[in-house]
Ligand binder design. Structure first.
Ligand code: FAD
Length: 425
């Protein structure tokens, strides 16, 4: 990052950041670091955008199951894991089938388990060796190299790598469906390799008190930003930013941090569609999983794709001692009326615990969860974020749907703003 504006007259220019999701919070932080005091406008009543946690009946409910990967380079740059009190998932996954369950562990971290895995019916011994080989080879690859590799689908990559149908069905499909939020694994193998590398080099984790601690931490780092909540922007005309409440602000420079096609009609149709997910929460007397891990349901007949007892990961997710179960459904649903009942019946089939013991707390339908980015990237030339001389874009949709990408995009937008401001041409 270049700090061109410090001690220059430019430091007094008005910069408006629209959107206080992760990308907007990083943009505001980087602006502050360069000596600019931005105005940060957020439509809703809180910061964080798609990273949110609700407090419902004594439970902390993340709005959509999501995790922070501690190996994300941007997370290491901007977050303090100690302050967030990160709680780690046990690496690997539990494969759950009616009447049986199997563990897929991380062969690098738990080499002793590879032999046990060799005799599990989840995949062949060769599959497990290939997981080991893939983890090792991705450790050696730079992230840029991964994102410059051929843009084939994840499913094609797995087949080309020689994984068996069995391990693809039992492990890769449900695991990555839950991450990509799509059922075919058509997502670019670049993203697959990136995520696999991140899992291999760090941990999946959540802050002790829910995912919202991440944006709240980023907000706490802002000392000179004027944050306006409940301030939806309705349009931008030239340098004028119109707020729903009638206020009009002048921005010498404007960063739109988040989906921007509603503010720049010329971008209509250029921004990708979004992938959606249903996230259901249930309470239960206690967890039925043997470890604090993600549970995968590989059987395609089930609505449920993956489950996690959030209270196995962080006890603070429940204030009443009951276990909190998060269930993700990726399949499109025609009629959601009986969704909780249908899911509870499936939970009974998996766990042997009667459906009526699973008490529904809340169901979220998250329509715009992840941008469906075709050409996934890890980084972008900072000039690509500049759309006009005074308007810059940030947001995960420019790169790939992840907290890491949202952070990169916020930083890149500020780099572009600073460099193009200094250039007299
Ligand atoms: C269910 C789900 C699961 C996920 N799982 C993971 C995961 O496991 N790991 C991971 O790394 N990532 C995950 N993600 C993705 C990650 O949350 C996003 O990539 C990231 O939060 C996007 O941040 P952003 O700033 O780009 O956009 P957003 O979070 O969408 O922020 C945009 C902000 O702009 C505001 N805004 C929009 N229009 C206006 C306007 N006109 N005026 C003022 N404000 C406006 C919005 O209110 C919002 O606050 C998941 C996301 C979801 C929803």
């Amino acid at each position: 990052m270049v700090y061109l504006l410090r001690n220059s007259t430019e430091k007094y220019m008005n910069v408006i950041v629209i959107g206080a999701g992760i990308s907007g919070l990083i943009a505001a932080y980087e602006l502050e670091r360069s000596g600019i005091n931005p105005i940060l406008l957020e439509a809703s009543d809180r910061v964080g955008g798609r990273v949110a946690t609700d407090d419902v009946d004594g439970f902390l409910l993340d709005r959509g199951f999501q995790v922070l990967l501690t190996a994300y380079p941007e997370a290491r740059r901007y977050l303090d894991f100690e302050v967030l009190k990160l709680k780690k998932f046990y690496p690997g996954a539990l494969i759950l089938k009616p009447g049986s369950s199997y563990t897929i562990s991380d062969p690098l971290r738990n080499p002793s388990e590879i032999l046990g895995m060799a005799f599990s019916p989840v995949g062949s011994f060769m599959d497990k060796l290939k997981i080991y080989k893939l983890t090792k080879s991705l450790q050696k690859k730079e992230i840029d190299e991964i994102f410059n590799s051929p843009n084939i689908s994840t499913i094609q990559f797995l087949k080309d790598y020689g994984f068996s149908e069995k391990i693809i069905t039992n492990f890769f499909k449900p695991f990555f469906k839950g991450i990509f939020l799509e059922n075919e694994l058509k997502t670019s193998a670049r993203m697959f390799q990136f995520v696999f590398k991140m899992f291999g080099e760090g941990f999946a984790a959540v802050p002790e008190n829910g995912m919202k601690a991440i944006p709240e931490y980023l907000k706490s780092k802002l000392k000179h930003t004027e944050l306006k909540l409940n301030a939806p922007v309705t349009k931008i005309e030239g340098h004028q930013v119109f707020l729903e409440n009638g206020e009009v602000l002048h921005g010498d420079k404007i960063i739109i941090a988040g989906k921007s096609d509603h503010l720049l009609p010329q971008l209509k149709g250029q921004i990708q569609p979004y992938r959606s997910v249903y996230n259901l929460y249930f309470s239960l007397e206690k967890s039925f999983l043997i470890r604090p891990m993600i549970g995968l349901i590989p059987d395609n007949k089930f609505l449920i794709n993956n489950i996690v007892f959030m209270t196995d990961i962080s006890k603070a997710y429940s204030k009443n001692g009951k276990a909190l179960l998060s269930v993700s459904v990726i399949k499109p649903i025609q009629n959601t009326e009986k969704l909780e009942n249908l899911v509870a019946i499936e939970l009974e089939a998996i766990s042997g615990i009667k459906a009526e013991y699973f008490k529904p707390i809340k169901t979220y339908e998250i329509k715009e969860a992840l941008p469906d980015v075709e050409d996934m990237k890890a980084d972008l030339p900072f000039t690509n974020t500049k759309i006009y001389d005074h308007i810059f874009l940030a947001g995960d949709y420019l790169l790939n749907g992840s907290i890491n990408a949202a952070m990169t995009s916020g930083r890149k937008a500020v780099e572009a703003l600073l460099l193009t401001t200094q250039d007299p041409r």
